[in-house]
Design a protein around this ligand. Structure first.
Ligand code: MCF
Ligand code: FE
Length: 404
């Protein structure tokens, strides 16, 4: 048993002082130090410096580890321009990111307080790195391919990656499934994958309504994707529309990434099905995709969380940076309330969306915790300052183990 005695603990929206935490893999008890010492006299004790704040480890539910090689190679500013640049640079980008490059991405996340991440794996090249990462990992094997003629081969490849990920037996590693998007996955493939997802109760995610091009293509088989599909795949029409796509996910809570271009009826459907929207404000800005309408999500009671996306559309894998950009992007949202929502979006709400017993400092939850060195005692506006000041992270615990 270990006992940690921070000066302050962030529990939900509330900050407590004079409490300590007894934990192993899980948080056993939160109480005054003398009480814990009576109960666990043999525990090892970690005392922290003045103004230390203990808070839940952060959760980055959507990141493309295999794309971590990008810094300046990909074209920013316009989604289609970005997509063509991905296709043009794909070999170099993916081939050029070896396991050192991918491990660095995981370590950078750890150093910025991320104790759990959701890896969107396009090729399975990141499996070893994710299996050996210090963090909890939800490993989303991606299914992609819009051509029916290729369906069998693509599904076989997907299945073998999924099976490989199932052979990883370590605490905190969870095999899962990503359907790339409504424009890029044939319904035949989606249906086959969802059968497995439902039978095996796997976690499920998809990119959804990211760009205007996607909107136009799914609504009318028109717009910037027309040329793309015609030239590259000899495909003249979409493979499904957005309504049909969403219906495949009925009865199964799914994490839908972006949602920037989703319309009112899609959002109502998402609310009814209790799906979660993953907000990636830096990626959306860099790919010219616009701004997620968080007010509408709140009005419709849709859970939203925050993630970085990959280095394919970001310059950092840092949720403090991501929250800061979101705070300034949604300039009309009430500052303190919105900052509190952002902190929840990378902790408890992300944990609940991923179905993981983490994201909160409370008895019974996994001991995924970070220690920040504040400059002064927290105020009512702590969430704002956490986001603005990027305090030093002096310790990171994952499943009770000190990892930084
Ligand atoms: O999330 C961003 C932008 N939207 C879609 N896909 C990706 C992103 N970063 C990497 N990708 C990957 C995706 O997983 O790009 C590949 C897929 O494997 C090609 S299709 C855009
Ligand atoms: Fe993505």
């Amino acid at each position: 048993m270990q006992i940690i005695t921070p000066h302050f603990i962030l529990m939900n929206d509330r900050v407590t002082s004079n409490l300590s935490i007894a934990f192993e893999k899980k948080i056993h008890k939160i109480a005054p130090l003398d009480e814990l010492l009576d109960e666990y006299p043999d525990a090892s004790i970690t005392t922290l410096r003045e103004n230390s704040l203990l808070m839940p480890g952060l959760i980055n539910a959507h990141v493309h580890i295999e794309f971590s090689g990008n810094t300046t190679e990909l074209s920013y500013g316009d989604f289609m321009g970005w997509l063509y640049s991905v296709i043009e640079n794909r070999e170099d980008l993916i081939g050029g990111c070896d396991s050192n490059c991918m491990s660095k991405a995981c370590d950078d996340m750890l150093n910025s307080g991320i104790t759990t991440f959701g890896a969107i794996s396009s090729h399975g090249m990141d499996l070893d790195v994710c299996a050996n990462a210090k963090q909890n990992v939800v490993y989303f094997n991606e299914l992609i391919g819009s051509q029916a003629t290729m369906a069998d081969a693509l599904f076989t490849d997907f299945l073998s990656r999924l099976d490989a990920s199932k052979t990883v037996k370590r605490e905190g590693f969870h095999p899962a499934v990503a359907i790339h998007s409504p424009y890029s996955v044939h319904p035949v493939l989606i249906k086959k994958a969802l059968e497995i997802v439902k039978n095996e109760k796997l976690k499920l995610t998809a990119h959804f309504m990211e760009s205007e091009a996607e909107r136009d293509w799914l609504d009318k088989s028109q717009g910037d994707f027309k040329d793309f599909f015609q030239k590259l795949l000899k495909q003249n029409t979409k493979v499904s529309d957005s309504k049909e796509f969403l219906e495949y996910f009925n009865g199964y809570e799914t994490l839908l990434t972006h949602g920037v271009q989703a319309d009112d009826s899609e959002l109502s459907h998402i609310a009814k099905e209790k799906h979660t929207i993953i907000h990636c404000p830096i990626s959306n800005r860099l790919l010219g995709n616009g701004i997620l309408n968080i007010k509408t999500l709140n009005d419709k009671n849709i859970r939203w969380i925050v993630a970085t996306d990959g280095l394919s559309s970001n310059y950092k894998l840092d949720l403090f940076e991501e929250m800061k950009i979101s705070l300034f992007t949604h300039a009309n949202a009430p500052l303190v309330d919105f900052a509190n929502s952002l902190i929840k979006a990378v902790t408890i709400n992300a944990a609940d969306a991923l179905g993981l017993n983490t994201g909160e400092i409370s008895e019974g939850r996994n001991a995924d915790m970070i220690v920040l060195d504040l400059d002064s005692p927290p105020t009512q506006e702590l969430a704002v300052h956490l986001i603005l000041h990027r305090y030093n992270i002096s310790k990171v615990y994952i499943n009770g183990k000190l990892e930084k």
